[in-house]
Design a binder for this molecule. Structure first.
Ligand SMILES: Cc1ncc(COP(=O)(O)O)c(C=O)c1O
Length: 427
């Protein structure tokens, strides 16, 4: 008979551990606040319970169950991106990784790229193309303005780029590129592929990828889709797909190679271990959008945003972007005179109401009231909380705003603020 193995002896003999177990390990329950948690990124998002629940599950990254989930994600995405023929690929990573995937596959070293820049995210697309060795021409759009299609036409004629990059909604300046459809059309006439960042707009306002002739649309989980961060989507048009397939050079990033991504997203085989929970969460987020329908969702976002904008106006504050260039999903408020942005930033950094990142030229504090979209009445609740007067009152040290600010609000839905004197809310 073989010798029995004594496992307890093996466990006890583990004397090679030099660093002891930390003395104070705090359970997550103790760290998390009681109130509902928003995803406090650049535009806080209320993650629906169904999505959060899906995110807590684990399944086999390969196999029949995952194959079914992926098939559904692709089918539902085609509705959300409004394209029957798009090649949908999931990306393990944030929206920026999805941006890089679109750029890495469509931009070849030495080729020319025209980038419409209205802020931080659109500039990031330009930088990504530069890092790939492309010759990038930046078309800078004046603060708070929407890009002009005729200006784009002139740039296309002058520079003859192979790729045009732009954002539909620029979070950092709260600007909407209203004439996206027209600009895509002009780009097509100039045989230029169009890459659109729709991170904060997809499923909050119309974007018809196929009809408008867009070649790559990028989105992240945590913004318009109201899923979790870390799993994103890119949709490539037929033209883009052919371009990628026929490229003679090798795409420099193995992880971002769209041809290789087909292994998992089309052929259901191993490429790298898929972020299973994030994909399940994305499935649920897409399902909720399909259940609601895009039309109703657009309407809800618009109603909430307009109510929010009207409420902000009634507080005596003015909006940053002009009406023609104003994004509904992220609303920017001009800082009134007398409010010191550095004090406001300090205050916000000390309270759990926002997060701070460095913009191209400004410090930006970000957050949103996207959660107000869950129901129209919550928009009015957001306004009734009067967070803006509260913060501004504090920052100005004065009483320029009527009424007493309600500091005791359980959680504050806000914001985004730059040295350019702007505060932002998102819907
Ligand atoms: C319009 C837009 N594009 C891209 C990104 C980048 O997404 P992520 O932070 O997930 O990398 C953001 C995020 O703030 C954004 O608002």
């Amino acid at each position: 008979m073989g010798k029995m193995l004594n496992l307890s002896n093996i466990a006890c003999r583990s004397l090679s551990v030099a660093v002891p177990i930390p003395e104070r390990i705090v359970p997550l329950d103790t760290i998390l606040p009681d109130e509902p948690l928003l995803l406090m990124g650049a535009g806080p998002v209320p993650v629906p319970a169904r999505v959060a629940q899906a995110n807590s599950m684990v399944i086999n990254p390969l196999g029949e169950t995952m194959a079914q989930v992926i098939d559904q994600v692709k089918v539902m995405s085609r509705y959300v991106f409004q394209s029957d023929t798009a090649r949908i690929l999931g990306v393990t990573g944030s929206g920026s990784v999805a941006m890089e995937m679109a750029i890495a596959n469509l931009v070849s070293p030495g080729s020319s790229v025209l980038s419409i820049v209205n802020g931080f995210s659109s500039d990031r697309l330009a930088e990504m193309a530069e890092r790939l060795g492309a010759r990038v021409i930046r078309m800078l759009v004046q603060d708070g303005r929407t890009a002009d299609p005729e200006e784009v036409r002139k740039h296309l004629e002058r520079h003859r780029p192979k790729v045009l990059t732009l954002v539909q909604g620029e979070t950092s300046s709260t600007v909407l590129n209203r004439y996206l459809k027209e600009m895509a059309q002009i780009a097509r006439e100039h045989e230029c592929m169009v890459v659109v960042d729709a991170v904060c707009t997809l499923s909050t306002m119309p974007l018809n990828m196929e009809e408008w002739g867009i070649d790559a649309v990028i989105t992240a989980g945590q913004k318009g889709l109201a899923s979790i961060p870390g799993v994103s989507l890119v949709a490539f048009s037929r033209l883009a797909r052919d371009f990628i397939r026929n490229r003679s050079d090798r795409i420099p990033h193995w992880c971002l190679d769209a041809n290789l991504a087909d292994c998992f997203w089309r052929r259901k085989s191993y490429r790298y271990t898929a972020p299973v929970s994030g994909i399940l969460a994305l499935h649920e987020a897409l399902r909720l959008i399909c259940n609601e329908t895009l039309d109703k969702r657009f309407h809800r976002h618009q109603c909430c945003s307009h109510a929010l904008q009207a409420g902000i106006g009634n507080m005596g504050l003015s909006l940053f972007a002009g009406p023609r260039a104003r994004l509904d999903s992220v609303v920017g408020i001009s800082l009134p005179t007398g409010v010191e942005s550095s004090r406001l930033l300090t205050h916000m950094a000390q309270t759990p109401i926002g997060s701070k990142y460095r913009g191209p030229s400004d410090w930006i504090l970000s957050g949103s009231a996207r959660w107000v979209n869950r129901a129209v009445h919550t928009t009015y609740f957001a306004l009734s909380m009067r967070w803006a007067p509260a913060c501004l009152h504090w920052a100005s040290g004065s009483t320029f705003l009527r009424g007493s600010p309600r500091w005791k609000a359980p959680w504050v839905p806000v914001f985004l603020m730059t040295r350019r004197r702007m505060l932002c809310l998102a819907c």
